[in-house]
Design a protein. Structure first.
Length: 65
């Protein structure tokens, strides 16, 4: 686990984008990299300019079940 912030590319949230009927996306053609989720870079999503991206700052945490 590590902290999440803009500089390490951890997470981007597009508020209100869930209201779209269908979001446009394309296959990237990128190949899987070592130790990476095979779907991590498989598609690229296109949002209209009316959405402002937000990158939250999240501190690493430890969870026990």
């Amino acid at each position: 686990m590590t902290d999440v912030f803009k500089e390490n590319g951890g997470l981007i949230i597009w508020p209100k984008s869930h209201n779209e009927k269908q979001i446009i996306f394309e296959e990237t053609g990128e190949k899987k990299k070592v130790n990476q989720d095979p779907n991590a870079n498989r598609t690229m999503t296109f949002y209209q300019n009316n959405y402002k991206p937000i990158t939250p700052i999240l501190k690493k945490v430890v969870c026990f079940d």
